[in-house]
Design a protein around this ligand. Sequence first.
Ligand code: HEM
Length: 452
Amino acid sequence: MVAIGKIEANHEGVTPVSAQLAEEPVTLLQFARSAGRNMLEVIPAETLRETYVRGPLNIHYICEPEMITELLVGQGRAFPKAKFTKDIIGSAVGNGLILSEGEKWRKQRHRYSPLFAARNLPVLARHFAATGIEVADSLAEHPGPVDVAQVAPASTLTNISRVIFSGNEEVSAEQIRVGLIAYFNYISDLSLFDLMGLPKWLPRKKWLSSKAPVTTMRDLARQVIDLRRAESRDEPEDFLDLMIEALKSDFEDAETTVDNLLTFVVAGHETSANALAWGYYLLALHPEMQNRVRHEIMSVRPDGPVEYSDLENMPLLRAHIKETLRLYPSAAFFARDAGAELDINGVKIEDGDALFFPVYSLHRNEKLWDEPDQYRPERFLGGTITRGQYIPFGAGPRICIGAQYAETEIMVLMASVLRRVAFSLSDEPLPEPVLTFTMRTSGPLILNASPV
Ligand code: HEM
């Protein structure tokens, strides 16, 4: 597989890079080899053309909006997350919100939902805006080629440090930074298919043997929580304060709190960073749209920190981010294990079957979208999208708890940067989308940055 994505001419310039899915059935060995490196290579390309594909063994690939809604929101809403998801990310996030089930999940969801309420977003947006200004200054002062696949995770890492790990004298910022980077490198190597019921003789990844980055990060998280608890601030100033506040009236044991803190760190870092990187790329590909978005931002907040309340006046930027998450959904694939026998629109599902939601294919499915591979942000300006057809944050009771947090973070960072910096394509080859833990770029994504 070459590392250069497909580029074709279209009436507005070029078609955004896309992934090469599996045109031929894959053998078990090919499956194991490719899946660890890029899971998109083993998802059947047929899922781009058909809305339901019966896979081998007990696998169902589902891109039919009605079926998706029935399985995530309706009859299947309590089906557990696929066991292999737990085997893999469980090592990094323990038994926090993202992986727990039943009563344990319900209690945690209830405990943490208020943290993500709209009333808390202005406080968080202030931290994101501070990062946005720093990133914009740095890019404007150093014009030229820039790897946005590096800039984006650096921005979201800074945000995490600001909203969760700031203000500790006993635990240094550098300790946290180094700990987080090692922890994220560990997670980057996790592949959703690595452990998926494959025979023991197939090669396994190194990460299974060394969990040191996780242990270190758990120790740091425990210290940071204890220190902040002891400080007892009057008004919540960041995400960690909000977490501690929520736990005052609804107790959970210390290890579950560490699990949840790391769950939020993991779930929110790379996912938002990917959207930012692909979002900059799409605007470089569509300079006219980039100018329109910049004009909108300048008319709302020409300088100073972008505020949460500004975002409602930036519909074009919001539509751009929605379209970015359609073409490049960070969570490009997720799955459930069927917990009962079901018949949905004539499709028979047996208890224990694997229900795969290939979001990448759903978002580019020929039967569901006009010009599915083209960047058309206007899809999200006014028109209605069928329920179950666009699910970058999932759907139903397990929908992403951080969806508004993520949207706020991405919009604030992008608005802050686009005011100061213009992006254009460079001569460097473009990476393609690859899916391991999240869907990211296969390598550097070099754009030219110039001050506005
Ligand atoms: C662009 C950014 C993001 C994307 C695309 C995304 C996507 C998703 C998706 C698709 C799910 C559902 C998975 C499933 O049903 O199996 C999910 C769940 C979750 N996400 Fe996000 N996410 C993003 C950002 C965040 C952020 C910023 C946070 C927290 C700060 C977060 C925390 C969570 C948690 C805790 C869950 C599990 C919820 C539950 O099971 O009750 N996510 N996310």
